[in-house]
Design a protein around this ligand. Sequence first.
Ligand code: ADP
Ligand code: MG
Length: 372
Amino acid sequence: MFLKNLSLTNYRNYKSLSLSFDGPIQLFIGNNAQGKTNVLESIYVLALAKSHRTPRDKELIAWEADYAAIRSDVLRRYGSVRLELQLTAKGKRAKINGMEQQKLSAYVGALNVVMFAPEDLSIVKGAPAQRRRFIDMEIGQVSPTYLYYLSNYNKVLQQRNQLLKDLAMKKSHSLEMLAIWNTQLADLAVKLLKKRFEFIRKLETWAREIHTGITDGRETLSLHYENSSPVTEELAAEQAVDVMLAAYEEVRDREIMRGSTLIGPHRDDFSLKVNGMDVQTYGSQGQQRTSALSIKLAEIELIKEEVGEYPVLLLDDVLSELDEHRQTLLLETIQDRVQTFVSTTGVEGLKHQVLQQASRFYVKEGSISGER
Ligand SMILES: Nc1ncnc2c1ncn2[C@@H]1O[C@H](COP(=O)(O)OP(=O)(O)O)[C@@H](O)[C@H]1O
Ligand SMILES: [Mg+2]
């Protein structure tokens, strides 16, 4: 998929911006705090209806404005699609070809993106919540039903947690109600877990191959789903639900004492190993970086496999950080097939000829001038 253009209204420090793109690679060049990340972020938000930088949509709206809008014509295999996203303090509205989408889960997926930013090192180094967020966002991009199950799971989880607190405070004695929440939560948990197991397995297949390439065969990368519940990948859905229900029974007293749900997808994690060694704990800075890169490149291939088209790649301030070998590998992956938006403070670090020939946009104080 290719963005033919991008227009922003009141988005962060852009009052009004309108750009057209041709060629696979677009370079956004400028000093710090000028608006480079903002442009890349707006493309990410257009795709996922959520920022990678903040959970608060209000921050995306230019100060002193009451709404922000992002618009783009996206060329897909089957034709051109116009995507529009409007953000207000009250909420957001998404349109595909002028048709308002009632559910964001029906909108997300019209454009697929992979973002690689310095903070993505947190996939390797960060807290479990950051890896869960990564899993949820990435599966959600290619599976609207996953997003739907996830939002239901979170709703039931909240209600179950409230009941557990009430039971702890003796405000409620309803173990029947708890059994009802258990049934609903177990069913949703298993649906999420099935998708996550599959995602991690497929991501690993690609990431392993890519990582071996980057390290000239010196390192083997593996991914492991770290499960807080005893549900395993081999179990059929019905059995898995029974296993989950039995597990809730087992931890019930502790859950009531703590007033929260202690097992399930909201407590899970995944780990990365290089040659069998945990990268988060024992990996060098270089190994952690390479692992993060391998995962990002794997995502590109995974999305291609799932949706039949390459996603758009957003490289925020990371390209000049990579050595020449890694830059070359990255460029080999994307070639002409993946439209790529690159932000950088200067072009000196961009060694490859492909990059020297890319379209250039100069970013300064929320306005952009092009030059070819
Ligand atoms: N909601 C907003 N309204 C207006 N300006 C904003 C908003 N959010 C961020 N900015 C401004 O955007 C700039 C940062 O842009 P960013 O794209 O992160 O910079 P960089 O070029 O370093 O990537 C800062 O000057 C900041 O003040
Ligand atoms: Mg930036």
